[in-house]
Each structure stands twice: as C-alpha cells, then as structure tokens.
Design a binder for this molecule. Structure first.
Ligand code: SF4
Length: 416
C-alpha cells in the first residue's frame, strides 16, 4: 500500500480482507461464541477438513487491539490463520513470521440474538443487526426492482444478491405493493433495538431497506420508519436514512422533524453510463440527475459532513463492465472529486465478486484499484475540508471500508 495508508491497521486490514483466513480449529471454535459469518467456510479440494462436512461456520468480524474491524473471508490457501482460544485469547498469525502474533477478538454473538420478543418472535429475525457499533435496521428488505423487467432485463442492481423479496421479507410482514410497515413489525423492531442498546455500546443507527419503484412512496416508508424508531432511541444515538434518493418534500420533512441526523443515498458508481449499466432500477425510477440533486438538496438541509453516498468499489472490474483497474480507479477518483465539491462524501465499500472470479489475478487488480482509490481519496477529502462524522460511521463499524481507518492513522490516533 502506498504512503500514509501503508501504516498500521489499514495495511493489516487490506491484507486480511484480500488474502482471507484459512481454517484452523481455533477459528472453528470461535464460531461458537462469535457473530456468525453469512458465508460458511468452504474447504478447498485437498484441504484438511476436520469437520468432514466440506463446510463450517466461522466468525463474521474480527477486531484488532486498536478497535479496527475486519470482515473475515475464508480462504484455504491464505497465509493467515487464527490460533489460541477464548480463555487465553485469540491471535492472528502469518506463515511468514508465525512467531509474531497479533491479539484479536471476534465480534461477539449478542445475547439478544438468542432471545425472543414479548410475543415470542425471535429477536434475530426482527430486522435489527449489528456491524460493530452500528445497529442496522432493515424491516422491509424486499426490493421492488427485483420484480421489474424491461426489455427482458431485470431492474435490480447487478451486484445485489440481498434484495430479493423472499422468505426473509415474509416473516417481517412485508408484502408487494404495501408501503407501510406493519404495527407488529415496528413493535418487535423497537423491542429488539431497545435490548440491543442496553447490551452493546451502539454509536450509530442506520435505516435501510429495499427500494420502491415510486420514490415518493419510498420516502413515506422511511418517514414512518424513522418515527417508529424514535421511542426506542431515547439517548438519541445518531440516525442515518439509508434509503434511495428521495424527493425534496420528504427530505424537508425528515429534516424539519429531526427524524434523522445524516442521509446516505447510494449512487454506487460514478458516471451516468455506469449508473445505467450497474443500477438500471435506480436509473429508471429515479434517474442519475435527480439522484445527485437529492444529494445536493440534502447538503443544503443537513450541512456538509452529513450527506453520504456508498459506492460499490470494484463493480467496475466485473467482466460485464470490463474496465481495467487503472481506468476504473481514475474514474472513481474523478467521481470522488465531483461529489466532494458538492459537499457529498462517498464511502467506498469493497465489492467482493461472488463466484467464478475468485482467483488471484482478479483480486490483485481489485486490490490495486482499491488502494489507489483510497490513497487519492484521502487527499480529496482533506482538500475539500470534509471529514466523516462520528455520528455516521467510524473505524469500529467500517468493516469493508478504509476511510475511517486511514483518517485515524493520519490523525495519529490509534486508541479505540
Ligand atoms: S436498490 Fe439495488 S442494491 Fe438496493 S436492494 Fe434494490 S437491487 Fe439491491
């Protein structure tokens, strides 16, 4: 990694994110008390498999002593491995220097995730999840773009595998065509969030959900969601609206009622042409120009430092897009410059391709792209006088992003 991002935790984080961690008994045992990974560990052909099952549950996130959060990717050929146990402590080691150990912890499985609401509903399914110190509220995950087709082409975002309306939406009472959140769903979410706030030091609350083809109705849903949430958040932990872009009157309402402290409307990629390719639904039902105008309007309402756009860093390298990594990085950097000049802060989440592209050469290009982008983006943020609000996200919840880690290292602060 280059320059300032090469120091300390960001460097370790990039190494572990890209190289993954191979299976050891210690990693398998940690799964008994850690927050479970959404992807099971899959043993490679020829890899020693002590489970005899071909796959195993592993933890989702690890933290270093300075609080840096890293998502765990299982990789049988990785030089990184976990040693130790719960009593004596876990350590991360590398084959190159196996005597050197970095103490780590795993993000724990919170007790509430095994509890039930007053009406006997599992809290783990109530639409509340944690990423470090961030609570993510998602009580309507089904996305209407999955149901729409034009000229035989699905309107869902090309990288998205999580928005399909299915069993996950049924138990939350979400129905196609229904805008409002059912009372029982809101009640269970509140009860679960209250319990999570008691148990864990939560510093950010992030509201998300699937998209609606009518952005005004999507706005209605998020206004309701933010209102429903408020009684469960008496300490006023900062709340972010992570919907799609919303019309002006909804933005004014969210702002005037002080329902949210930040907004994050994910543009995902930079340039209108890429937006049309990667996010056909967002482009058709909202449009690139309106998306950017909504971000600008939000800057006018909430102020600089409170308006964000998550980007899928690396979608540009997918074969369907076919950009080489340098051109993709240059384009993304131009996008960062443009957005920051409008007071909008992009957040680059590393996009892990699923299936078929999991080979070293692809990851090497993806890594070069990610490092070049993050290095240049630090200068851009600084030049525009923009910094990521502690109320929006921080190094304790940024599990696939580097901005907060780099800023912290440059500021000289490593304390958690
Ligand atoms: S808007 Fe795109 S990224 Fe969001 S849930 Fe729908 S398809 Fe997925």
């Amino acid at each position: 990694m280059t320059d300032r991002a090469s120091a300390g935790s960001p460097h370790l984080k990039v190494d572990v994110m890209f190289e993954g961690i191979r299976y050891t008994d210690a990693l398998g045992q940690a799964a008994q008390h850690a927050f479970p990974n959404f992807y099971p560990y899959r043993f490679q052909p020829g890899e020693h498999d002590p489970t005899g099952k071909g796959k195993a549950t592993i933890p989702y996130l690890l933290t270093t002593p300075d609080g840096t959060l890293i998502r765990i990717k299982g990789a049988g050929d990785s030089p990184w491995f976990i040693d130790g146990d719960r009593e004596s402590g876990y350590v991360l080691r590398h084959d190159r220097d196996a005597d050197r150990a970095t103490a780590i912890d795993f993000e724990p499985l919170p007790a509430w995730m095994q509890a039930s609401t007053a009406d006997g509903f599992p809290m783990a399914q109530a639409g509340v999840s944690l990423h470090g110190d961030m609570a993510v509220i998602n009580v309507a995950p089904g996305c209407e773009y999955f149901l729409e087709k034009h000229d035989g082409r699905s309107m869902r975002c090309t990288f998205c595998s999580y928005g399909a309306p299915d069993q996950r939406t049924a138990h939350l009472g979400q129905k196609v065509g229904q805008v409002g959140i059912p009372d029982i769903t809101a009640e269970r979410m509140r009860e679960t969030l209250e319990r999570a706030l008691e148990e864990t030091l939560i510093r950010h609350i992030y509201l998300v959900g699937g998209s609606l083809t009518d952005w005004a109705l999507e706005g209605e849903r998020f206004v309701q969601l933010a209102r429903e949430l408020a009684p469960a958040n008496p300490r006023r932990v900062p709340v972010t609206c992570g919907s799609g872009a919303l019309p002006d009157d909804t933005l004014v309402q969210l702002n005037e009622e002080r329902l949210v402290d930040n907004v994050c409307f994910n543009l995902e990629v930079w340039s209108e042409a890429l937006f049309e390719q990667v996010c056909p639904g967002k482009n058709r039902y909202v449009g690139y120009a309106r998306w950017i105008r909504a971000l600008e309007k939000s800057v006018a309402l909430w102020g600089r430092g409170h308006v964000y756009s998550a980007m899928v860093a690396g979608a540009e390298l997918e074969p369907e897009i076919g950009m080489d990594w340098e051109a993709a990085a240059d384009l993304a950097i131009r996008g960062a410059e443009d957005l920051c000049s409008r007071g909008v802060i992009p957040i680059y989440s590393l996009y892990w391709p699923v299936g078929g592209r999991d080979h070293p050469e692809y990851f090497s290009r993806l890594r070069s792209f990610f490092e070049k982008l993050n290095d240049a983006y630090f200068d851009i943020r600084r030049r525009h006088g923009l910094s990521i609000s502690e109320g929006f996200m921080c190094h304790r919840c940024a599990y696939m992003q580097l901005e907060c880690d780099v800023d912290r290292v440059v500021a000289g602060g490593q304390a958690s």
